[in-house]
Design a protein around this ligand. Structure first.
Ligand SMILES: [Zn+2]
Length: 448
């Protein structure tokens, strides 16, 4: 029993894209490494025996009747430094938002104590909101980017952290970029090595992720070098692609081809690569995403401000592209993946119905585009884990125990027994707030 524990809880998780699994007083047995060893349902013949064994060792936790257990969230795309400006300037176009607000802010992260303050708060805040794994862009500054990885490690969040590579003088301000392509590559390599060196210091691990900001800010030489690093170290990789009309056409003009095609040519796509946004992927781009098994990080809230369109999630998934969910702070203003789930559903519904009332019903929208809450929960948990190559997002044997305990006694109306077992889950997904999240667990340990 050394290091083992069990949690008895009413629990929900995604069985697949459409369906939810519910366990009434399920018994979740967690091994000493933080993996779920087995899950017993109340009708299992060993349930009482196992339950009593954990209880007698003082290793049984029983959730209250009004609390439910949910998997932790995977935020597939979040800019940690931009937490400092969350809620600012979202009424400006993307290129203005970048040059007038975002680049000057990110340049401040050379100041290590400023960085420590912001990074400490963003990791705590996302954990507090149920995000147990987060895929972060840091900044160009290598030292403070490493600090972010250490802060994730210490606070118990599974962080994937990238030092941002951007070196193209025509796309970056003089005061905020890598000196040249070689510096971009060398600094990224040094960063990968220092994160790999501390990777196993933390129970849940921290991971380096190669991070060319996006094609408009990177030279061909640096993209080629970063592709070579991806092959050399076999680590994760992230960037942005085909986000808005401006970004999509800027790259077309700069490269003579679409983002995805160019990224593939530089060796920057693959099963460990995550592309943020991507609503404007054309047919050939979609095929490349499928062939290379590259994931999309869907950022519905940020897209509502900057993307000039809605990602057709269901069409892309039907083609075979894996799509997870993300907050995209601070293009999206909230650190809550609950809000990302809500917005994913809202945006998809508007894509399906269309938004211009003067157009006839048949011409207004895109058929079969609407996502359900079940779909969005799957994207925020299981699909996120799939994109990272980790067993995350289900409360089943063999999965890592990353979870959140949600108390339903505040903010969620409970006047009668719900008709369907999923009704309570849907209320929680739509109505719960940060205060409802009473505990957060990562790799079998309570961190909040
Ligand atoms: Zn982004």
């Amino acid at each position: 029993m050394q290091g083992k524990k069990a949690i008895q809880a009413n629990a929900y998780y995604s069985k697949n894209f459409d369906e939810i699994e519910y366990l009434d007083e399920g018994l979740f047995c967690i091994d000493s490494e933080g993996f779920i060893e087995k899950v017993l349902t109340k009708d299992d013949e060993n349930y009482e025996k196992v339950r009593r064994r954990y209880a007698s060792e003082g290793q049984l936790k029983v959730l209250e009747a009004d609390q439910i257990l949910l998997p932790g969230f995977v935020d597939l795309h979040i800019h940690a430094p931009q937490w400092a400006q969350s809620g600012t300037a979202l009424d400006r176009p993307l290129e203005i938002w970048l040059n007038e607000y975002t680049f000057p802010l990110e340049a401040k992260f050379e100041d290590q104590s400023f960085a420590a303050n912001v990074y400490g708060e963003v990791v705590h805040t996302t954990l507090r909101n149920g995000t147990t794994s987060a895929v972060y862009f840091a900044t160009v500054d290598r030292k403070s980017s490493l600090l972010l990885a250490e802060i994730c490690g210490e606070q118990g969040q599974r962080g994937f952290v990238g030092k941002v590579a951007m070196d193209d003088a025509s796309g970056c301000p003089e005061y905020y970029r890598d000196q040249d392509a070689q510096a971009s590559i060398d600094e990224t390599e040094a960063f990968i090595q220092s994160v790999l060196a501390i990777r196993n210091t933390y129970r849940q691990g921290v991971y380096p992720i190669i991070t060319p900001r996006f094609i408009p800010t990177c030279t061909d030489e640096s993209l080629k070098g970063l592709g070579a690093l991806a092959r050399k170290y076999d680590v994760h990789l992230q960037t942005h692609a085909s986000e808005s009309d401006w970004a999509h056409h800027y790259v077309k003009e700069k490269m003579g081809e679409n983002d995805v095609k160019a990224l593939n040519r530089f060796g920057l796509l693959g099963p460990r690569a995550i592309i943020a946004h991507a609503p404007f992927l054309e047919t050939e781009d979609q095929e490349i995403m499928v062939e290379t098994r590259t994931t999309i990080a869907h950022c519905p809230l940020s897209n509502a401000y900057f993307a000039n369109s809605v990602l057709p999630v269901k069409d892309f998934m039907a083609k075979g592209i894996t799509i997870g969910l993300a907050t995209d702070i601070s293009g999206g203003y909230t650190p809550s993946m609950y809000q990302a789930i809500r917005q994913a559903v809202i945006s998809s519904k508007m894509l399906q119905d269309g938004v211009e009332p003067s157009r006839s019903k048949d011409l207004r929208g895109r058929a079969h585009a609407a996502l359900t809450l079940n779909n969005a929960l799957f994207m925020a948990t299981v699909a996120g884990g799939q994109s990272l190559g980790l067993p995350l997002g289900k409360l089943e044997a063999g999965y890592i125990f990353d979870a959140q305990v949600v108390d339903t006694r505040e903010n969620i109306p409970r006047f009668y027994e719900e008709k369907h077992v999923e009704d309570l889950l849907h209320k929680v997904l739509l109505l719960s707030q940060t205060v409802n999240i009473k505990e957060v667990w990562v790799q079998g340990e309570q961190v909040i």
